[in-house]
Design a protein around this ligand. Structure first.
Ligand SMILES: [Zn+2]
Length: 246
């Protein structure tokens, strides 16, 4: 019997996948957005392996445990390689109910650059002191790397996986969405700035710290990202309806 909480989260997460597809943050049938089910803390929802983000519906989302085992019957499985990162973080960070992972061009370009994200544009300055880094160890995430990954993240909620991509977490789907959006925008602008070949005006640490303190108050507040997410949900309801199939 599905709880009302699970039903709501399934619909919200399906909407989130379609929002990501709409924004071009999809990657064939790969990558994941996961959300924990609060009634059964070791269970989380994940995309069925084989569907494009734009095809995902509330009922097709898989419920898996922290080891990646399916809890309910489904014709689909979870992508075992990809979900390792999510399950490793869900296992140790109960505050991050939702985790997103992107392989966008701009995210990869910044993740591959030696300096990483510079806090010298409107979006990246909002992430001053907020982004951690994890060195690339190849495709397979083994148990040893899981531990190092969690160590790399520490108490941050956003991680640049070097040579690989972006990862963001949030207390809610809405919060993870807005964190993802800010990091993606920060990377897009950095790549666009670098492409001009012009010298970039630096932003001082003082301004970075001030911005961070100002935003820290908002990040603790309830409802972060709700309005933005709701607007994007209305957009995908028009553009690609049918995900609320419960
Ligand atoms: Zn990846």
């Amino acid at each position: 019997m599905m709880t009302e909480t699970e039903r709501t989260l399934r619909i919200e997460l399906a909407a989130c996948y379609r929002i990501f597809a709409y924004l071009g943050w999809d990657e064939l049938i790969y990558n994941h957005i996961t959300v924990k089910l609060p009634d059964t803390p070791n269970h989380f929802l994940i995309n069925p392996y084989g569907l494009h983000y734009s095809e995902i519906t509330a009922s097709s989302l898989l419920k898996v445990d922290i080891m990646g085992n399916k809890i309910d019957e489904s014709e689909y499985d979870a992508n075992p390689a990809g979900m390792v990162i999510h399950s490793a973080i869900h296992a140790v960070r109960p505050d991050l109910h939702c985790i997103t992972h992107l392989h966008t061009n701009e995210g990869l370009a910044v993740a591959c650059s030696r300096t990483g994200l510079r806090h010298d544009n409107f979006y990246s300055v909002m992430l001053y002191n907020r982004v951690a880094y994890h060195d690339f160890e190849g495709l397979t995430v083994n148990d040893g790397e899981k531990q190092r990954l969690v160590q790399s993240l520490g108490q941050h909620s956003q991680l640049i996986l070097r040579n690989h991509g972006l990862l963001s977490g949030g207390a809610t789907i809405e919060e993870a969405f807005i964190a993802t959006w800010t990091l993606q925008r920060a990377c897009e602008i950095q790549v666009a700035c670098d492409a001009t070949g012009q010298a970039i005006i630096p932003i001082s640490d003082e301004i970075g710290e001030k911005t961070e303190q100002l935003l820290a108050k908002q990040i603790g507040a309830a409802g972060l990202g709700q309005r933005e997410y709701a607007a994007m949900r209305r957009l995908v309801e028009q553009h690609n309806p049918g995900f609320e199939d419960l």
